[in-house]
Design a protein around this ligand. Sequence first.
Ligand code: TNX
Length: 516
Amino acid sequence: IVLLGLTALIACQEKRKPINFPTTDLAMENMIPKPVKVIPTHTAFGLDQNTVIYTSQTEKGFVEVGQFLADKIKDKTQLRIPVNNTGEAQVDRIIYINQSDSTDLATDEAYQLYITQDSLILNAKTAEGAFRGVQTIQQIIPEVSNDTLVEHPMWLIPTGKIMDSPNFEYRGSMLDVARHFFSVEDVKKYIDLLAYYKYNVLHLHLSDDQGWRIEIKSWPKLTEIGGSTEVGGESGGFYTQEEYKELVAYAAKNFITIVPEIDMPGHTNAASVSYPILNGNGKTPQLYEGTHVGFSTFDTRKDTVYAFIDDVVREISELTPGPYFHIGGDESHVTKKNDYIYFVNRVEKIVEKHGKRMIGWDEVANADVSSNSVSQFWASEKNAQTAVAKGMKVILSPAKKAYLDMQYDLESKHGLHWAGYIPVDTAYVWTPERYAQGLPLENILGIEAPLWSETISNISELEYLAFPRAIGYAELGWTLEENRDWENYKVRLANQAPFLERMEVNYYPSTLIDWK
Ligand code: TNX
């Protein structure tokens, strides 16, 4: 196929008049996250109606990645670019998505782009790497075509070379669908946006005091009762197992891993209202529509509770191909310390039995957890150090820097401010690599930006808090420290406006940014 393509190309090139491309600079493109290395060659690849895509066809997933790119090119330019189809079409230029075992491709997510006037070659070891590279291609296709060089519109992509791979292997965002429920469509749109900035994890906070959001077939009242409301008294909602599978599959197409969280032993009021036998706080549980935390707990000394958890972890794990299961573990203020430790110890075993690796909020490090489990740092440096002492990996989500639900400033329409205000610069200007004392680089799995939903109840409000800050966290997770710089980032961010507007994202138009 490649040879066919190249022969066709050469045949056409003979007929083609040379085009006088304007000078370009690939290094000045508004790519976020900024790639490891960009070497410009100052001319252009003209994407037009005579461009075709070819992909490796034997390696898993490459054809689908090619189709994904074709769809995105269609959305942006209206061009219909064939994928692996020589057909009758005139072929002037080729985009080739190629599986390569080159040792320059250090990880599965690494990719290289070689862009010349005639071809745009994307090399990656895996379809995942190719998918990350496709995001870069999307970002360097200009918003507007050049209509004067030839007789039809042409989108000029700057030529040169890009070598790229991620700084951290875990680059996530969390969405709290418990305090307010978000529909499958809403979550899919969030996935689209995360994927464009090379995120690879979406953590779903599926249960809390105010709601239980995933169908568990063996305990049906969880969603019947526990899913019936949300903060403010609206009607709540939940994902059926089919809908959850649909989300997992949609995320997988975007090379995003879903991390399901069932928060326990605290944050369990909705579960205990559904099945009061689970309750351990001594009061009769009632549906809760407020925003306080720390009042609920499971009864950690009852075997029924562990039988329940076993069913829940089993059912969700069966629907979840990713390696992680998040057990929450935060703010269990009415669970006695010994009970908390006993609980986390037992639940970790259940998670492992169902083939998953446990993640918990930073408090879980105080239990006798295995070095294979992961601690998510949100508030306590001491807990992060305890995790390191136990050989655990840590995900960085410091509330003061990485909480998407903190208000930007006094003017912010939504959000809280218990951890402070987080304007767009504060969200970007910090160094995950050196944020917490006593947390060595080799223990850092990556970063995650949580979006708690006490103050937001629809996709537009979600977008207001997440964007543009989530774009900055994408760069902190992917780009090397030496390549990060606020002044430079700020300009690239300003140039995301056309994309965000095309996607109808209700981003917060911070005055710190000179939006384009
Ligand atoms: C703290 S951070 C919580 C959540 C709240 C959030 C609001 C964490 C592990 N727990 O229950 O939603 O603050 O910002």
